[in-house]
Design a protein around this ligand. Structure first.
Ligand code: ADP
Ligand code: MG
Length: 432
């Protein structure tokens, strides 16, 4: 449903990984592939999040982009130039804070700037400024053990900011901080990022926390694991300042949750990962829900945001997504980004009388490979087969799906288009 763009190649990017694959060598000498053909690009002025379960390779991608690890395959570019060694313009905040326990707050920041080879006066100014920026003024002489978790991460952020980075990299920066402190720090990072005339221009963060990425990111790159791949990319256009508890936020959380748990299969990866011979599963949507969606759109100038439609029609977001996907499969709507747009055929359908609706519906069903196969099967069997035969066919086409659910949807859709019908008494499927 949401538009995914996994191969961004515009020159308008700050930092970019192109077609990265990575193998780690295990102690016994064998290779472990942890990333497979991952492309990620961060543009100026955006917050990008890598979202995925533990072990999906998020930290490895971040380290490769920072130039800390050389990928087995693929390349890293900064402002269009291939990077060798450390990537310029990057400041990193690590999950574990990575502070030196024997150094004070000031010294922990200084050490980074000294490594960068700056003059002592410049170091003093930058250290003072970044410590002030994160609200640690007054704690300059404190040691990490004297700081709370939240303050330690403020110091981690101060250290990353001191190099005046164009991009701030953050690897699960709040996972070792209590929930309330994390909420405060997220808002502060957004405040640091927001002014367009000062660094950091962009933020790239790694997270396994869906609520966190919905709050922070403009673009969410969802990864799958073993090996890590880009599963889909979701644009987050919710207006800032954001509220964790707003309806829009909660709906996007639900949607991402569905993608990650696998009940929602986004468009692009499906076409690339599905084996040839397999067909797209039917979304579990009723004909009346699909018709209802089209009627709603027709009454709203032919388009609206998916969140709006779900809210206005008081539908559960997951159900809404299935309905939209179904309408899209039938070419009744298009779904650029978060919008649902009534297509010309959808308009014709919704303005037609019942008989014409059924005709259009039937025509669209026959364009779907799934219905075409079942239809051809029935014709080759003199118009009638046992439901068992259809079950087998469904399982062969969609081995990962629950066939009961597909069968149920199939029967409803086919009946509406007068294509074929299921008779419960005889347990047979027949052409009408
Ligand atoms: P994430 O940050 O998403 O949890 P990582 O990038 O840390 O994932 O790890 C991805 C995979 O690579 C994991 O299976 C992890 O065990 C493995 N891995 C990470 N670092 C190394 C390493 N230095 N050597 C071998 N395997 C590693
Ligand atoms: Mg990690």
């Amino acid at each position: 449903m949401t538009i995914a763009n996994t191969t961004e190649t515009t020159t308008e990017t700050l930092c970019e990984a192109r077609n990265i694959s990575h193998d780690f060598t295990m102690p016994n000498g064998s290779k472990l592939r942890v990333l497979e053909d991952v492309s990620v690009a961060v543009k100026p002025s955006e917050v990008v999040a890598l979202l995925g379960p533990s072990g999906s390779g998020k930290s490895t991608i971040l380290r490769i982009l920072a130039g800390l690890i050389k990928p087995t395959e693929g390349e890293v570019l900064y402002r269009g130039q291939r990077v060798h060694g450390l990537t310029p313009g990057v400041g990193i905040v690590f999950q574990s804070f990575a502070l030196y326990p024997w150094m004070t707050v000031t010294e922990n920041v200084n050490v980074v700037l000294q490594a960068a080879g700056l003059a002592p006066e410049e170091i003093r100014e930058r250290t003072e400024k970044s410590i002030r920026t994160v609200g640690l003024a007054g704690f300059e002489e404190a040691y990490p053990r004297e700081l709370s978790g939240g303050m330690k991460q403020r110091l981690g952020i101060a250290r990353a900011l001191s190099v005046n980075p164009e991009i701030l990299f953050m690897d699960e920066p709040f996972s070792h901080v209590d929930a309330l402190t994390a909420e405060g720090l997220r808002a502060e990072v957004i405040d640091l990022w927001q002014p367009q005339d000062q660094n950091p221009s962009s933020v790239l963060m790694v997270s396994h926390d869906i609520k966190e990425v919905v709050y922070m990111a403009d673009r969410i790159i969802v990864l799958s694991s073993h090996p890590g791949r880009v599963r889909t990319v979701v644009q987050n256009t919710i207006a800032r300042p954001r509220d964790y508890r707003s309806r829009e936020s909660e709906q996007l959380v639900d949607y991402l949750h569905e993608i990650i748990t696998g009940s929602e299969l986004p468009d692009v990866p499906v076409t690339t990962t599905r084996r040839p011979g397999m067909v797209e599963p039917l979304p579990h949507a009723t004909t009346s829900a699909i018709t209802g969606l089209l009627e709603y759109l027709d009454a709203h100038n032919g388009m609206d945001e998916i969140f709006e439609i779900a809210a206005a029609t008081d539908q559960e977001f997951g159900t809404m997504i299935s309905t939209v996907k179904a309408a899209e499969m039938l070419s009744f709507v298009e779904t650029p980004q978060q919008d649902v747009v009534l297509a010309p055929l959808g308009r014709r359908f919704v303005r037609a009388d019942t008989d014409e609706r059924k005709m259009i519906w039937r025509e669209q069903l026959l364009k779907l490979r799934f219905f075409r196969e079942i239809y051809d099967l029935l014709r080759s069997e003199e118009g009638e087969v046992d439901a068992e035969v259809v079950h087998e066919r469904i399982t062969a086409m969609m081995p990962q799906e629950k066939y009961e659910s597909i069968f149920d949807t199939m029967v409803r859709w086919a009946r509406f288009g007068n294509l074929f019908a299921y008779d419960e008494d005889t347990d047979r499927v027949s052409l009408q």
